[in-house]
Design a protein around this ligand. Sequence first.
Ligand code: ATP
Ligand code: MG
Length: 260
Amino acid sequence: MSSFCERSEAEMRLKIAISNQKGGVGKTTTSINLGACLAMSGCRTLVIDIDPQANATSGLGFKPNGDNTIYEALLNEKAEPAMIKNTAVDSLFLLPSNINLTGAEIELIAAENREYKLKNLINSLPADFEFIIIDCPPSLGLLTVNSLTAADSVIIPLQTEYFALEGLRLLLDTIDKIRGSFNPSLEVEGLLFTMYDKRTTLGNQVVQEVIKNYDGNIFKTIIPRNIRLSESPSHGLPVALYDAKSKGSDAYIDLARELI
Ligand code: ATP
Ligand code: MG
């Protein structure tokens, strides 16, 4: 892939939360593969796994049971260099998660500035990441609030199935509330259609319906349902390394191009 990471100083360090409180819509798949495509195009990229399920961690080839994870980093509001892992992709790094993070949601409730833990942590990181991708859990709890407070923008994956729009209003309301309180400049980078099956009319209907009812940004790139995308995490690899010729790989390259 040719290098197309040409971001100016002022644009450096775009922090993007991948969020939707609905489960299984493609947040982690997007975090891993968008992150990998950005990195392969020459942008130093960090994926932060802030989901206790730790799927981005295992999907990038790490056992989700180590110390030195996002859990310790959040509580200390600081990432030690040993916490940042190199991945199989040059220029792609991971701040891993761990099941202990489930406890953080409760432990943080009484903490001062509890909404700003991730933001402070990110400010403690070396300045040379051009993209920081935050893989959010399927909830609107404190970990997601921290993510939306720390982020410049949000990508909202929507599965092209019935009920795709269900819950979107709630997420958009949450984003509005975060703007009004902790992060006035938070933007919606775009809705992203995922798991699109062109053989069914349903997928197309859902896309049309969302376009009709949503007046914000929607990515032109649509992520198809692709078996390679679902297989690659069990090999601990982004799809671009697992099967570079797959439709899934092409789609995430297009998404990275569209984003940059
Ligand atoms: P959770 O809410 O549990 O964190 P999620 O939103 O992160 O889920 P993923 O884990 O990315 O969703 O995807 C859910 C399942 O669908 C996974 O098994 C994944 O491999 C599969 N999947 C995601 N995107 C695609 C796709 N485009 N084609 C085929 N399978 C996909
Ligand atoms: Mg996930």
